[in-house]
Design a protein around this ligand. Sequence first.
Ligand SMILES: Cc1cc2nc3c(=O)[nH]c(=O)nc-3n(C[C@H](O)[C@H](O)[C@H](O)COP(=O)(O)OP(=O)(O)OC[C@H]3O[C@@H](n4cnc5c(N)ncnc54)[C@H](O)[C@@H]3O)c2cc1C
Length: 490
Amino acid sequence: MEKILVAGAGIAGLGAALALSGGAREVIFLDRDPPPPDTSPEEAFTQWERRGATQLRHSHAFLGRLTSLIRDRYPDLMKELLAEGTRLFGFAEGLPPTLENKYTAEKGDEDLTLLFSRRTTLELVIRRYAAKLPGVRFITDAGVRGLITRREGGKLIVEGLKVERNGAVEEMRADVVIDATGRNTVFPEWMRAEGVAVREESSPCGILYFTRHYRLRDGQEEPPRDGVPGGGDLGYIKFGVFIADNRHFSVTLATPEIETEMRMAVMKPEVFDAVCMALPGAARWMNPERAEPVSAVYSMGSLQNVWRHYMKDGAPQVLNFFPLGDAAVRTNPLYGRGCSSGFVEAHILRETLDATADPAERAKMYEREFEKAIRPYFDSMVKLDLQAIRRAENERNPDYKPRLKARVMKSFADDGLMPAQRAHVSVSRAMSRIFHMLDEPTAFLKRPEIVARILATWATPKSVKEARDYYPPKMGPERDEMFARLNLAH
Ligand SMILES: Cc1cc2nc3c(=O)[nH]c(=O)nc-3n(C[C@H](O)[C@H](O)[C@H](O)COP(=O)(O)OP(=O)(O)OC[C@H]3O[C@@H](n4cnc5c(N)ncnc54)[C@H](O)[C@@H]3O)c2cc1C
C-alpha cells in the first residue's frame, strides 16, 4: 500500500483527503494547528485557533468549480454542509431584475453555483467528514520541520518528513510527500538547501485586504435582489459583500497598497463601517438596523501572485514530491479562486498517482495537467492586477490624462461589457462561467455571438433610454468625496 504524507491540512490538504481516500492508500495529514473544536459553526468561528492559516477569518467565496466538484463526487459531504447552515446560490438567483424575465435554464447553469459559507464552517465540516474516510488520518499539533531525502541519478528523492510533536522531532517515512502548507511554505528553502533550483514567478496583487463579519438581526432579512451590485471597484477601493452560513455575512474592503491614509484608517471598525455605509451595495447589508457586527476588522497584506516551479527545462529535479494549493500557486484573493484551485489540483494529483507508478512520469504529468488547469487564470490575474495598480496610481495623480488606449479599454468595460451582462443572459452566463472557473478568462472573446452582443451594447449611446437601464447604479463616491467624508488627507 502506498503511504503518503501530506504536510498541511488546510483547504488543499482537505481536497487531497477527499481525492486520495478510499483505502487503497494510507494518507497521513500533519498540521501544526490544533484540531477543530468538536462543536458548532458558531464556536468554530469564534474559537478555532488557526495560526497556520491566517486568512481563515477573511471573507471566502466558494465558486462553482469547487461547489460542483463536492456536489458531484461527494454528495454526502454536500448534505452535511447544507445541514450545518451553508447555502447554495444558483445563477438564476443572482440575475439582475433586467434579466429575470428573459432567463431560460440551460445545461451547465447548475454548475454556476456559489456555496455561501464562512471558511471556518466549510473547513470544520469537511475536516469532520474527511476524518471518517478510509485510509485517511489527521495528526494535529504536528509541525513539519524538514525533509528526509537522498540523491539518485542527479535527482533529489524525497523519502519522508521530520515532524515535531510534543517538543521532540521524529522521522516519518513515506512513498510520496505532498506540500500543502500554504502561502508561507518553507519547502522551497529546504529544497534549495538540497541543491534544487526552485524557480518562483512573483507579481504583486497591489492591495491590502480588510474584512469584518456581521450577522442579520433577529427578524431581519437580507436586502432585496434589485440589481444593486454587492461588490465593485472604485479604483481607490474595492468592496464585496460575502454571504455566508447561518445568517452571517462579511464585507471586505481592498485598498490599493499606495492608498496609505485609507488603509490605515479602515482598520478602525468605525471607519470601516463608515466607508461601507457610503457604498450603497454594502450599506444595505450592514446598516445597523439590519445587522450587527460580530468581529473585529481583520487585515491582511503581503498579497502576491506566486508560481513555484520544481521542474527544470521540462525535467523533474525532485521525485516523490508534489506541491499543492497555495504552496504551489498563490493568487489574488479578490478573485476567490484559491480554494477551487486547491481542490482541482488535489484531484489532478489523484489522477496522476493512479495513472502511473513511475516517479518521473508522475512529476511530468502532474506539472502538465496542473499548468493546463491553472495557468490561464494565473496569467490573467497577473495582468489585471498590474492594470489595477496603475489605475490606483493614476487615481492619486490630479494631472493624469488617460491615453487613447486606456480610454477605449475603460469605455469597453463600462459601456460594453458591464451593461451587456445586464442586458443579455448569454453574456452574463459567459462571464459567470469565467468567474466560476469553468471557462478560461478569455473564452468569451472566442465566441462571436457574445462579442457581437457586447459590441452592439457598446455602440448604443447612453442617451438611449433603454441602454441607460442596463447600467448598474453608481457604486459609491469618487475618491475626493470619500476622503473628505472621512477627514482623510488626499
Ligand atoms: C485574505 C484572503 C482571502 C481569500 N479569499 C478567498 C476566497 O474568497 N475564495 C477562495 O477560493 N480562496 C480565497 N483565498 C485563498 C485561499 O484562502 C487559499 O487559496 C487556500 O486557503 C489555500 O489552501 P492551502 O491548503 O494551500 O493553504 P491553507 O489553507 O493556508 O492551509 C495551510 C495549512 O498548512 C498548515 N501548515 C503550515 N505550515 C506547516 C508546517 N510547517 N507543519 C505542519 N502544518 C503546517 C497550516 O496550519 C494550515 O492548516 C483567500 C486568501 C486570502 C489570503
